[in-house]
Design a binder for this molecule. Structure first.
Ligand code: ME8
Length: 521
């Protein structure tokens, strides 16, 4: 069984409604998944929900619900967001599912048996909100703790700890010798800086059940549940195990059921995550895997944070973007386009409604929409919608850009890919202005020149549809439909020049990006 290209997202805390940051990350992963499929890879794309822990338990309590009931009710709206975003995920993990819990417990059992844990009493400052003990290093210069920790209490309790110190050296060596492991490079440097300047503290991997019961029971001590991060990170491997991935099943434990299917997924090719959870993924997760005898993921692709109008997105101040409302108003492809075109994967970004509207008008409506609409309308008007003989005038420029887009896809440079595609669109729109087919149409002596121009324009539209398809799948399908072609092609070879045959009759042209006030109609 061939190993698939395996891509994951962070799994979102189920303690509220999805926001822009959640949607952005899922769209990044989806575009990478779609582009790799187009390039011929067998892909497996996993996303899901992080349902245990204090945050979720508190959110359930505040609604007067049992945590499981609360999760079941809310998970539906998150799963429908995945659909609304057009995600092509192959599975959706919920950490309350038995298939996940079994693997977490098997891993705990194995690591306990192999002496990676010890039990100890700890007294210190604790942030219930972030579910973590704080140290002196977390104090601000004035001695207080940052308000983002919420209420900080004094706590004394027994817990199990994961011995991390012995892992520090190999992890530094690994990250140094695998520059691709954490991307972009400045995030890698951040991790290396942290590892070189601090001694790793052992990680507390349990919570006493008497204090927090909404977690996976620790299999070797019924007084404890699993720390939510130890539980959540394992999702990346638990779903492969549930689908019969021998690499995970063999490493983690013989007590796991062996399913009939046998997908080969691990190690993950890309974990897409936000910058705030880098330490969990670049330090704790590799150590957990190494201790379990599993290979490390090939890459952590770390994106930045969105702000709105240069201020933190925050429910309490009302500074939020509801991705569903934006999609309902502007369409899914406009949302996908804006977030990926506006913000490269890495730095922080700033959402403005005016910026969104401006990109919609300039790049989608006047750029792509105008090119397709006028090209197909002219073919319809001047040639009854019948494609003329193949002509190669724009072939070199299209091939050059298609090549650049392919390279950008392979490098996960999604913003760069969009910039290349839009350079091609601009070039094609200039071609219309330069060749002036509307003038050629008035002169019968120019009929063969008009044929050439119309072929080039129609074929550019078709290839642009293939190139935008991972980003704007709905629009790409509509362009194909308007071209009178069958379903969008599934392989990148469709972007080769000249596949549109002479004599083919196109369908009906219609605006792809109507004016904003017409979108809702
Ligand atoms: O951290 N801009 O869940 P989460 C961009 N359950 N991305 C943002 C963002 C913003 N303003 N706010 C959050 C968790 N994110 C854990 C993950 S994975 C094993 C467990 C991103 O719901 C954030 O960086 O708080 C993370 O990647 C994702 O949204 C989920 O955040």
């Amino acid at each position: 069984m061939d190993k698939r290209f395996y891509i994951t997202t962070a799994i979102d805390y189920l303690n509220g409604q999805p926001h822009l940051g959640h949607a952005y990350e899922k769209v990044i992963a989806d575009v990478i998944a779609r582009s790799r499929r187009l390039l011929g890879e067998q892909v497996f794309f996993l996303t899901g929900l992080d349902e245990h822990g204090q945050k979720v338990q508190q959110a359930a309590l505040s609604e007067g619900k049992q945590p499981q009931q609360y999760c079941d009710d809310l998970a539906k709206s998150w799963m429908s967001l995945a659909q609304k975003l057009g995600l092509t995920n192959d599975d959706f993990v919920r950490t309350t599912e038995p298939r996940h819990k079994k693997v977490v417990q098997a891993l705990l059992t194995k690591l306990h048996r192999e002496d990676h844990f010890y039990k100890a009493q700890h007294e210190g400052y604790y942030s219930p909100k972030e579910e973590t003990f704080l140290t002196e290093k977390d104090r601000r210069p004035d001695g207080t703790f940052d308000p983002s920790w919420g209420e900080v209490i004094r706590l004394k309790e027994d817990n199990y700890y994961f011995k991390l110190k012995q892992h520090q050296t190999w992890l530094i060596d690994y990250i140094e010798s695998h520059p691709e492991f954490v991307q972009p490079t400045y995030r890698r440097n951040e991790v290396l800086g942290f590892l070189k300047n601090n001694t790793l503290e052992d990680l507390c991997i349990t919570r006493p059940a008497a204090r927090l019961n909404w977690g996976i029971p620790v299999p070797f001590d019924s007084g404890f549940v699993t720390y939510v991060w130890f539980d959540a990170l394992v999702n990346y491997a638990s779903i492969p195990a549930a689908l019969g991935d021998r690499v995970v099943v063999d490493a983690v434990g013989s007590q796991l059921p062996t399913p009939d299917s046998q997908l080969s997924l691990w190690p993950a090719d890309i974990h897409v995550i936000g910058k705030d959870i880098l330490k969990f993924h670049a330090v704790y997760w590799p150590i957990m895997l190494k201790a379990a005898g599993l290979p490390l993921p090939k890459q952590l692709l770390v994106h930045g944070f969105w702000q709105k109008d240069n201020a933190k997105i925050s429910k309490s101040t009302g500074n939020i973007i509801d991705p569903i409302a934006v999609i309902d108003e502007w369409g899914i492809d406009a949302f996908r386009f804006y977030v990926l075109r506006e913000l490269d994967i890495g730095p922080d970004g700033n959402w403005t409604d005016a910026g969104f509207a401006a990109r919609y008008q300039a790049e989608l409506a006047n750029g792509l929409g105008n090119l397709v609409n006028r090209s197909l309308s002219m073919l319809k008007r001047y040639r009854g919608g019948v494609v003329p003989a193949v002509s190669n005038e724009l072939k070199p420029v299209v091939e050059e850009f298609a090549q650049k887009v392919e390279t950008a896809w392979r490098d996960n440079e999604l913003q760069a890919a969009l910039i290349h595609i839009w350079s091609l669109i601009t070039r094609a729109n200039q071609y219309v202005d330069q060749t002036a087919p509307f003038k050629l149409a008035k002169d019968p002596a120019q009929a063969s020149r008009l044929d050439e121009v119309l072929y080039n324009l129609t074929e550019v539209c078709r290839i642009v549809a293939v190139l935008v398809s991972p980003f704007l799948p709905t629009t790409a399908a509509r362009i194909y439909e308007q071209l009178g072609l069958r379903a969008l092609p599934e392989t990148f070879s469709a972007a080769q020049w000249g596949a549109l045959p002479a004599g083919h009759t196109i369908g009906e042209p219609a605006p792809l990006f109507p004016r904003r006030d017409e979108v809702k109609k």
